[in-house]
Design a protein around this ligand. Sequence first.
Ligand code: GRF
Length: 207
Amino acid sequence: MNDGKIFRLGILGSGKGSNFAAIADAIAAGSLPATVAVVISDVRDAGILDLARQRGIPTRFIEPGLFRTKLDDTAESAYVSALNEAQVDCILLAGFMRILKGAFLREFDGRVVNIHPSLLPSFPGLNAWKQALNYGVKVTGCTVHLVDQGVDTGPILGQSAVPVLDRDTHDSLHARIQVAERKLYPEIVARLARNEIEVKGRMARDR
Ligand code: GRF
C-alpha cells in the first residue's frame, strides 16, 4: 500500500473514538508512519469528531441518509467523494456502526480495515463481547481484518487474545478487550503503512 510517500488514513467512526485516539497517539509517538487525512462520522455529536478536532485533524459529519444500519446511495457517494478528496490510501473503521457494501467497497477494494471485538470468526456482528460472555468461552479478544461484502468476514490481518474471567461482567470484559484493541490496531496499521502485509485471497502473510 506504500511507495515511500506518506500513508494517508481516512477514519470512519460513530462513537467515542478510543481506537481513533490510539491511532493518532501512535502517529504522534512516531510508531505509526502515517497521517490522518480526515475523520468522518455519521453522528453529528460523536466523541470521535471532538477528539479529532482537539488534535487539529480535519473532520466531516456526513448524513447517513434513510437507513438505520447502512448508508443510502446519496450518502454513500458523499462518503466516497470526501475520502477521495482527502486522497486516502486506507480507510479505518473505528466503531463505525453502519455496514459498508456495494459501490463503497468496489471504490476502495482491499483498502478498508475494521477492528472487531472478538476473535473472528467467532461472534461476528453486534455486541461481540456479550455474545462471548453469554456463550461461556474462556478466551476472546479482538481482530483487525479487511472489510469485504460480508459482515466481519474479510481476511484477518491480526488478532489479540483476552482472557474471560469468572467475575467478568459485560462491561468489564468489553473494557479489557478495548485495551487490547488500542494496542493491536495501531500495530497492524503500522504494518500496512510499511507495506509489510501481503494479502492473497483470504490469507494475509508477512511480505
Ligand atoms: C470498538 O470496541 C470496536 O471493536 C468496535 O466499536 C468500538 C468502537 O469504540 N468496532 P471507540 O469508538 O473506538 O471507542
